[in-house]
Design a binder for this molecule. Structure first.
Ligand SMILES: [Zn+2]
Length: 134
């Protein structure tokens, strides 16, 4: 791929990174739960349990924690925060790949320029000395 295309892609990713709002690292899942009430319908065979319960397992102060959410504003916000985090990791991965390719292309380009000037120098010196060496 072209260096200019890659640098443009890099700029776009960096710009998108700046638009990401609050992020939360963790996984949000729904599950059903059996309650502790004796004789409740959830204890009958084949009953899926109460719910769904929105369970978010994330991190707080470096420790793993689980939070339960009810449908509502907070859960909606959390869904966006988790998605923002996932997009963030995606973008950073892409940025690393693109940056590495850009660096490699620049390296090659530099090597080509050096080679060209070296060849030019050699040609000049060999013609000056009228050498027959290769
Ligand atoms: Zn129950």
């Amino acid at each position: 791929m072209e260096l200019s295309t890659l640098t443009q892609q890099k700029q776009e990713l960096l710009a998108e990174l700046a638009t990401l709002g609050d992020m939360r690292q963790g996984t949000l899942q729904t599950r059903m739960r059996k309650c502790s009430k004796q004789g409740c319908c959830c204890h009958t065979e084949g009953h899926p349990g109460h719910g769904p319960i929105y369970e978010f397992s994330g991190w707080e102060d470096g420790k793993r924690r689980v939070w339960n959410y009810k449908p509502g504003k907070e859960l909606d916000a959390l869904v966006h925060q988790v998605a923002a985090y996932q997009r963030f990791t995606q973008i950073t991965k892409e940025l690393i790949t693109i940056s590495s390719t850009i660096a490699r292309l620049r390296e090659k380009e530099h090597a080509r320029t050096v080679e060209k000037t070296e060849r030019k120098k050699k040609r000049q010196s060999s013609s000056a000395r009228k050498s027959t060496r290769k």
